[in-house]
Structures are given as structure tokens and as C-alpha cells.
Design a protein around this ligand. Structure first.
Ligand SMILES: NC(=O)c1ccc[n+]([C@@H]2O[C@H](COP(=O)([O-])OP(=O)(O)OC[C@H]3O[C@@H](n4cnc5c(N)ncnc54)[C@H](OP(=O)(O)O)[C@@H]3O)[C@@H](O)[C@H]2O)c1
Length: 285
């Protein structure tokens, strides 16, 4: 088990949800932090929680797709703390929308944030570690849907599967050079994620769900962002390829791979329950 005290972590998407909870959990481990996101006020709130736990923290306000954002985060880690030991590439978003109603612009925009920006930060960090002759640990926030895409969320699932696929290959390229690569596969997590997804999807308040979680999500499979944060800390201390927070869903993913007809049956039911809210969203224009 690795001691995390004094280690330096860069976290994107740190202004809310899983990123914010992980920032606080890292501070509780005695780590130093560099946090990024677009909302300055929310990032400042997280920074205050980190400082209250004795953690040193630097902030970079900006969009992960901004040219220079990834380099800026790593520069901050170098200037303030001597360089990153961990990168948690976590910023991401979703919408739930019929594929045929999704514009090419929206499709590409999601890939820019969830995939291209995410792997670019990892690419730059790994290059710096290789040039500096030092090790490090890349952790990409993927999703359980990287293994079994839900209807109306195929693009999102594709971004998360693409991330995971790159990571799966990269870990073998970098392992001999002392660099670890992990992916995180959270199940439904109570964050702003679904509220923001509902806004982008054109759902009414009732269809958006309650407490940040859509009504159709089975309550058994809903977790807190702190649970994901604890799993990420576990993965930092004891590195592994994939960090999961639910054995049931992990086992289901394996079953779905073995038996695609079973996956089709379950996803067909999911689709049937989702059709009406999409029809209504369409009617509202
Ligand atoms: N919630 C779930 O059920 C769930 C399940 C599996 C995987 N995940 C993944 O977990 C990660 C974190 O999501 P969350 O649940 O914590 O949702 P969240 O509360 O909405 O947090 C998303 C974070 O990403 C940041 N972000 C989004 N777009 C950005 C951009 N273009 N540039 C910079 N920052 C950006 C947001 O900050 P600003 O808006 O301030 O920029 C926010 O800090 C995502 O990658 C998501 O795909 C979530």
C-alpha cells in the first residue's frame, strides 16, 4: 500500500460531484492538489474544504478543451509542488437523446471533453514523467456504461469506452517505465451530472428525476460521490487496472459480454421505459 502523504494530484472536473469529493478525500490523505474546472466560485468552495483539511491547493479555472489547459494544470503542479504524481482525468458530461436527434456538433463536442481532452492530459503528463525519468499514475474517470451502453446514451458510452480502451493499451506501454494507468467505472452517482444531463436533453422537471438521479435508475445502484472518492483513493494506494464501486454491476457487465442476448433483453426494457420521455421531449420541441 502506497503512502499518499505529500504526493501531488491534478484533478479535472473538481468543482462538483466525484472530482470535488475526490479532492477532499485526497486532502484527508495529506496530498497536495491542483484542481481544474470552469466555475471559479465552485472551485473556490472545494479549495476551502481542501485547505480546512490542511491540503495545499492551486486552481486553474478553464475549459478542458481550451488549448493549453492540460499543460497549464501540469505547470501549476510543477511550479507549486514540484510536479504531479497522480492525474485524475475526471471532467465529463452526458446527455440522453435519440441518436438521430443529436447534431454532429453535439456529438463532436462530447468527444472533445470526455475523450480528447481527457487523454491529452494523460499524454502530456506521461511525456513529462518519461522525460523527467520519474513514475506517476494516470487515473481516467470512465463509467460502468463503457461496458454496456444504455439506450439514448450511446455517444456518452462511446466516449467512456474509448477512454478505457486507450487506457487499457497504454498501461502496458508505460508499466515498464514506472507509470501506472487505471480507469474508474462508477455506477449511478448522486451528483449534478443527471440534472445537467436532463437540462441538455430537454426534459421537464418531473422527467429529470429527484435528488440528482433519474427516476428510472434502480435505487439499489445509486451511490454517493464520496464512495467513488474512497475507491479512487484505494486505487491510488493499491494500483489496479480498473477501479469499480459495485461488484453486482461489474458481474453484470461480464455476463452481458458473455451473453449479448441477455444484454439486449435488459437494454430493450430500458429503452421501452425511456421512449415516452423522449417522445414528450420531442413534442416540446
Ligand atoms: N454521476 C454518475 O452517475 C457518473 C457515473 C459514471 C461516470 N461518471 C463520470 O464521472 C465524472 C464526473 O462526473 P460527476 O458525476 O461528478 O458530474 P458533475 O457533478 O456534473 O461534475 C462534472 C465536472 O466536470 C467539469 N466539467 C464538465 N465539462 C467541463 C469542461 N468542458 N471543462 C472543464 N471542466 C468541465 C464540471 O465543472 P464545471 O462545470 O465547473 O466546468 C464538474 O466539475 C464524469 O467524467 C462522468 O462522466 C459519472
Amino acid at each position: 500500500m502506497r503512502d499518499l502523504t505529500g504526493r501531488v494530484v491534478v484533478i479535472t472536473g473538481a468543482s462538483s460531484g466525484i472530482g470535488a469529493a475526490t479532492a477532499v478525500a485526497c486532502a484527508e490523505q495529506g496530498m497536495k492538489l491542483v484542481l481544474g474546472a470552469r466555475r471559479r466560485d465552485r472551485l473556490e468552495e472545494v479549495a476551502a474544504m481542501v485547505r480546512a483539511r490542511g491540503g495545499g491547493v492551486e486552481l486553474l479555472v478553464g475549459d478542458v478543451t481550451d488549448p493549453g489547459n492540460a499543460a497549464g494544470l501540469l505547470d501549476l503542479a510543477e511550479d507549486a509542488h514540484g510536479g504531479a504524481d497522480f492525474v485524475f482525468s475526471n471532467a465529463g458530461y452526458s446527455f440522453e437523446r435519440p441518436f438521430t436527434e443529436t447534431s454532429e456538433e453535439d456529438l463532436r463536442a462530447m468527444f472533445e471533453v470526455n475523450f480528447f481532452a481527457s487523454v491529452e492530459l494523460c499524454r502530456l503528463a506521461a511525456r513529462r514523467w518519461l522525460e523527467g525519468g520519474r513514475g506517476g499514475h494516470l487515473i481516467l474517470c470512465s463509467s460502468c456504461v463503457s461496458k454496456f451502453p444504455l439506450p439514448y446514451q450511446g455517444i456518452y458510452a462511446a466516449t467512456k469506452a474509448a477512454q478505457a480502451m486507450v487506457a487499457r493499451s497504454l498501461r502496458h506501454e508505460l508499466a515498464p517505465r514506472g507509470i501506472r494507468v487505471s480507469t474508474v467505472h462508477p455506477i449511478t452517482t448522486r451528483t449534478e451530472f443527471f440534472d445537467r444531463s436532463a437540462e441538455r436533453s430537454g426534459f421537464s422537471e418531473g422527467e429529470a428525476g429527484r435528488n440528482g438521479v433519474p427516476d428510472h435508475a434502480p435505487r439499489l445502484f445509486v451511490q454517493s460521490p464520496e464512495r467513488v472518492a474512497r475507491a479512487v483513493i484505494g486505487g491510488m494506494r493499491s494500483p489496479r487496472s480498473e477501479i469499480w464501486t459495485s461488484w453486482t454491476v461489474r458481474f453484470s457487465a461480464a455476463l452481458f459480454t458473455l451473453f449479448p442476448a441477455l444484454q439486449d433483453l435488459v437494454m430493450g426494457r430500458q429503452a421501452a421505459s425511456a421512449h415516452p420521455r423522449h417522445d414528450r421531449a420531442d413534442d416540446r420541441g
